[in-house]
Design a protein around this ligand. Sequence first.
Ligand SMILES: NC(=O)c1ccc[n+]([C@@H]2O[C@H](COP(=O)([O-])OP(=O)(O)OC[C@H]3O[C@@H](n4cnc5c(N)ncnc54)[C@H](O)[C@@H]3O)[C@@H](O)[C@H]2O)c1
Length: 381
Amino acid sequence: MTKKQLNIGLVGYGFMGRTHSNAFLQAGRFFDLPFQPVLKAVCARNPERVQAFANNWGYESAETDWRKLIERDDIDLIDIASPNDTHAEIAIAAAQAGKMVMCEKPLGRTAEEARTMVEAVEEAKVPNAVWYNYRRVPAVTMLKQMLDDGRFGRIFHYRAKFLQDWTISQDLPQGGEGLWRLDVSVAGSGVTGDLLAHNIDTAMWLNGPITEVVAMTETFIKERKHNLTGEVQAVGIDDASSFLCRFANGSLAMFEATRYARGHKALYTLEINGEHCSAFWDLHDLHRLQYFDHRDESIVRGWRNVHITDGDQPYMKHWWVPGLQIGYEHTFTHQFADFVTAVGEGKPCPPTFRDGLATDLVCDAVLKSAQTRQWEAVGEA
Ligand SMILES: NC(=O)c1ccc[n+]([C@@H]2O[C@H](COP(=O)([O-])OP(=O)(O)OC[C@H]3O[C@@H](n4cnc5c(N)ncnc54)[C@H](O)[C@@H]3O)[C@@H](O)[C@H]2O)c1
């Protein structure tokens, strides 16, 4: 029996447009999905480049205006992989047109913007998700299962960081293609919304809500030439952002993100310390979970380095044979496969827009605390 189609309209063909397109193509080959994903249309503003992208990835058609994409009757799912300032307008219009919506992170540039998006998808009752893909690294998913099983006991500490080094040059312009992350009007914030948002989403998924934060941020390079206007303008983003926080479960945490840690390209690490167990994970070694269990027999007690490739570990039975690894791109395939499966079952697929709002509320509290130099409470999603 042929499966019903799930017709996808993608907005944006940059870095994320490629990871998502790969996921749309691979998911049905490795997972038994209730629908057949179809790459129906891709949308971006440059007609030649968007057509070339469509040809390369096998999209049936190309559009240059996302409004046209949303008007089309043959599109079921709008996938937003364009810069942060486009998320709200596109997501709200898509929801009002009755489309399912998947949106890149951060959901909004502010929590206020994100809340309008949550209201739109919930009012329209359309399936929705935010691409916080690190939840679906098999080692991270397995850590979540181990925490939910209760084997860690009471949790005392959580710490996470995300370090990069690509904006250190004083001569780097801000704004426009490839550099919109440095333009606060487009990005909303700097490393807080771009990098810490990932750390925060994973942390709250693993360890529950964050209740209050105290933060410091810095903008090391104060002025940069704007790529679109050619004018030297003040830099409005945070180049580095660190915060301490408390979780609702009583545990304490430290978070750090920066684009000024020379030598680091994408060093996302997390550690959690409980009464019985600790665990550590590093994106650069993403298949391994470092795990310590104090209940082990004392003479052999020590940190275990678990290589997560076996069929009874999350997602791995869908891939190769035990011992063989997968990578970064598979996290998007996992998220898309989970999303389509959940649509088939009529269930939500976290992280939903409301989960994305919860992360934006923590980001807002972090940025506010850096200004007020006070502890700030995190708002309710
Ligand atoms: N989940 C993750 O790990 C992850 C990683 C990187 C980026 N992101 C997020 O993904 C989004 C895109 O980031 P990126 O790195 O792919 O950016 P990018 O600059 O590589 O690509 C952005 C794309 O959006 C297109 N675009 C811009 N304005 C548009 C408009 N009005 N209509 C249609 N298309 C438009 C551009 O032409 C480009 O193709 C951002 O929200 C970013 O925060 C998430």
